[in-house]
Design a protein around this ligand. Structure first.
Ligand code: HEM
Length: 132
């Protein structure tokens, strides 16, 4: 039996392992490495805060995922195939290390936020990413 996601250390493990896969992924890696040229030293801590907020309501994430992905989409179009690869890697990483209520919640939230980003950013749903 694997442990559940319980604290910030667990979130760091999950996020670090996930982006290690993302960075070398043939389908989506280039979006991070070549298009966005992500500064991992700042992006990873921001993602710890994001997931801590999603799973434990810490209220310490102040970014805007819709705008971030809209900007990326302007530079290089994001597709449903990119999002399904992102989802596959995220779900596989959660299952690799964790099981339990929070692990299930992390997977559910990843899928619902992914659907929301696609709807707003790719489809321009509800007037696009800049509307609340
Ligand atoms: C094809 C799928 C995706 C790609 C290629 C992608 C790529 C990126 C990139 C390049 C950034 C900006 C990083 C930076 O420059 O610092 C970013 C930010 C972010 N992404 Fe994604 N992403 C994807 C899907 C998702 C999904 C599904 C979620 C949530 C479940 C997510 C959550 C975030 C968050 C929270 C930020 C930070 C926003 C901010 O700082 O304001 N991403 N993403």
């Amino acid at each position: 039996m694997k442990p559940d996601i319980e604290n910030r250390d667990d979130i760091q493990l999950l996020v670090d392992a996930f982006y290690a896969k993302v960075r070398t992924d043939e389908i989506i890696g280039y979006l991070f490495n070549d298009v966005a040229k992500v500064n991992w030293a700042t992006h990873l801590p921001r993602m710890y805060e994001f997931w801590e907020n999603v799973l434990f309501q810490t209220g310490n994430f102040s970014g805007n995922p819709m705008v971030a992905h809209y900007q990326l989409h302007q530079k290089s179009p994001l597709t449903a195939g990119h999002f399904s690869q992102w989802q596959k890697l995220f779900l596989a990483t959660v299952d690799e290390f964790f099981e339990g209520e929070k692990a299930e919640l992390a997977k559910q939230r990843a899928l619902s936020i992914s659907a929301m980003i696609q709807w707003k950013v790719i489809a321009g749903g509800d007037k696009g990413p800049l509307s609340p």
